[in-house]
Design a protein around this ligand. Structure first.
Ligand code: ZN
Length: 93
């Protein structure tokens, strides 16, 4: 009986320690929008999950790029595309 009580106490202690050492999830990042020289927009999307990658899409010329490197390296690339892209915004049909 004493062993059962000790086992329960140890299990509860391990459970509490696991709860106390848990790291909070990082704050979600928001998409970043750059306006192109033609007036369209390039949107850089952060990864939805830690293993995913940044990607950006231009709604003017329909270019879509997924980062081949980790981190936020794609944001400057998206901004550079916006600075040089002359595509017009999508026109209503
Ligand atoms: Zn473009």
């Amino acid at each position: 009986m004493e062993i059962a009580i000790i086992v329960v106490i140890v299990l509860v202690a391990v459970w509490v320690a696991a709860l106390l050492t848990r790291r909070p999830a990082p704050a979600p990042q928001q998409p970043i929008v750059y306006t192109t020289t033609g007036g369209a927009k390039v949107t850089a999307y952060p990864p939805a999950r830690p293993r995913d990658r940044w990607r950006w899409e231009c709604d003017g010329c329909r270019t879509s790029v997924v980062a081949t490197t980790a981190g936020e390296d794609l944001r400057p690339d998206a901004n550079r595309h916006a600075e040089t892209c002359r595509a017009l915004p999508p026109q209503p049909e």
